[in-house]
Ligand binder design. Structure first.
Ligand code: G1P
Ligand code: ZN
Length: 542
């Protein structure tokens, strides 16, 4: 029943920050998905008879690619595939399933926070046996294979029914369709004080979660409404839709604005949270206080021992380079290790496997810990609820006190989306050329202390990742960072990250953009953003 299909390479299958992401019509080209999946399998050794986990965020084209992947896994010789019912697994749940059942690896189908639909985005990512995204060494090898692939193996059989729990035989391989939610929800109960959170909610503390018509709906309903007792309807947009109801499933102040406005209104809920397409991102809003992802990491780290799963303390903290240094001060105080990695969750895996870090975070609404090897949206939300329940203080009080103790890192990211690729590359090249001459130069009150193109030496496996973002650091701890997105699917996206450290508590209530205005102006002066992109203003400010 196994058939070998001859194919020709596609030149554009280079995985980015988080797997291969393209528009659906690109993925729908003949053999396009098959070429990439076979290129993954061709780089694996010793998987025969072992288990593969497959699941996705339910977006348009998810079901089609799952059927392809199932047949190809059987043809390749896997012993078993565990797949979420309806083809659904949130990214953190997929990571957990891989770890819990000792699977060889997993295929996660998602384009994360990018929109879904017939002309929108799709993605394929390979995760290794630790549950985390494949490291660069593997993604590079997969890309190399896509460039020469000439055939793939599949089965000539009918599609498998994924809409009921149960086991099926697929040419000698077992397909186990599992409930996507239970294992994950059970894991959360082992990490957090559900009784305390239940008590908080029962006392009248109103929590809402916006699942943005994406994958976390069923997870949030099970955990928040069923296990924690929140009122029915506390989870909004809870049904995953293939096009996310035309939402842009990215939890930030632009795309989750309705939720933000609701929590900020006097009669609105006390606590609001949102997550993205595949459930690994989170946004946390308390009454009168939006928590920046960088601050969220710092507060979670500083209060970690309040959660039962972290009661004995955390081993260390890691953050991506553009993420603010708020967590660094917590690590310093706790006397634990602090690691600064390139952008993308795949760099945290080695540090967690080696026991060097417990919590990790990125400024892009990503927080997580070594309970899985992906960032985890609902985990972060539950951590916050656990902290609020234990401290019996509002989110606003918790954050304000944190700043008073550690100082505040004002922080913002400005994205210039769908910029002309050549213009974006030119802007970065020009910055690189200037790096050597910047130190010592002054711009108003700001003096450049150092400037470089960030490179990372992985302390665990010794690998080096270069060109990970241009950093311009000023005296006093302020900085601007520039990098091009590795997840976009059309044109280039320039990201400008701006940070100012303010130790003085009497200056902690300034509006963020105002607090950063001089740095933003200097960033434009040095990088010539407006002139080179032809844009007056960023597309998205977070
Ligand atoms: C973006 C974020 C990055 C995150 C990635 C996947 O990547 O900036 O922090 O890990 O999405 O969610 P970028 O588009 O910047 O390459
Ligand atoms: Zn995501």
């Amino acid at each position: 029943m196994i058939k070998t299909v001859s194919t020709t390479p596609y030149k554009d299958q280079k995985p980015g920050t988080s797997g291969l992401r393209k528009k659906v019509p690109v993925f729908a080209q003949e053999n396009y998905a098959e070429n990439f999946i076979q290129s993954i399998f061709d780089n694996l050794e010793g998987f025969e008879g072992k288990t593969l986990v497959i699941g996705g965020d339910g977006r348009y084209y998810n079901r089609e690619v799952i059927q392809k992947a199932l047949k190809m896994a059987a043809a390749a010789g896997f012993g078993k595939v565990m797949v979420g019912k309806g083809g659904i697994l949130s990214t953190p749940a997929a990571s957990h399933i891989i770890r819990k059942y000792g699977a060889f690896g997993g295929i996660v189908l998602s384009a994360s926070h990018n929109p879904g639909g017939p002309t929108e985005d799709f993605g394929i990512k390979y995760n290794i046996g630790n549950g985390g995204p494949a490291p660069e060494k593997i993604t590079d090898a997969i890309f190399a294979r896509t460039q020469v692939i000439d055939s793939y193996k599949t089965l000539d059989v009918a599609d498998i029914d994924l809409d009921g729990i149960g086991s099926f035989d697929l040419a000698g391989m077992v397909v186990e369709v599992i409930d996507p939610v239970t294992d994950y929800a059970d894991l959360m109960e082992t990490l957090f004080d559900f009784a305390a959170i239940r008590g908080l909610i029962a006392s009248g503390f109103r929590v809402v979660i916006d699942s943005m018509s994406a994958v976390t709906g069923p997870y949030a309903v099970e955990i928040l409404e069923k296990r924690l007792g929140a009122a029915k309807g506390s989870v909004r947009n809870e049904i995953p839709l293939p096009d996310f109801g035309h939402h842009h499933p990215d939890p930030n102040l632009v795309h989750a604005k309705a939720l933000y406005d609701d929590v900020m209104s006097p009669e609105g809920p006390d606590f609001g949270a949102a997550s993205d397409g595949d459930g690994d991102r989170n946004m946390v809003v308390g009454k009168g206080m939006f928590v920046t992802p960088s601050d969220s990491l710092a507060v979670i780290a500083a209060n970690a021992t309040l959660a039962p799963g972290y009661a004995s303390g955390i081993a260390g903290i890691a953050r991506s380079m553009p993420t603010s240094a708020a967590a660094d001060r917590v690590a310093e105080k706790l006397g634990i290790g602090m690691y600064e990695t390139p952008t993308g969750w795949k760099y945290f895996g080695n540090l967690m496997d080696a026991g060097k870090v417990t919590v990790c975070g990125e400024e892009s609404f990503g927080t997580g810990s070594s309970h899985v090897r992906e960032k985890d949206g609902l985990w972060a939300v539950l951590f916050w609820l656990n902290i609020v329940a234990a401290r019996k203080e509002s989110v606003k009080d918790i954050v304000t006190k944190h700043w008073a103790e550690y100082g505040r890192n004002y922080y913002s990211r400005h994205d210039y989306e769908e910029v002309d690729t050549q213009a974006a590359n030119g802007l970065v090249a020009n910055l690189r050329d200037k790096l050597a001459t910047l130190p010592g130069q002054t711009f108003g009150d700001l003096t450049v202390e150092s400037a470089d193109d960030f490179a990372y030496l992985d302390p665990v496996d010794g690998s080096v990742s270069k060109n990970q973002g241009i950093r311009i650091l000023f005296k006093g701890g302020s900085r601007v960072v520039f990098r091009l997105s590795g997840t976009g699917t059309s044109g280039a996206t320039l990201r400008l990250y701006v940070e100012r450290y303010e130790p003085d508590a009497s200056r902690h209530a300034i509006e963020t953009q105002a607090a950063l205005a001089d740095l933003i102006a200097v960033a434009d002066e040095i990088a010539e953003i407006k002139a080179r992109t032809g844009r007056d203003a960023p597309t998205v400010i977070t």
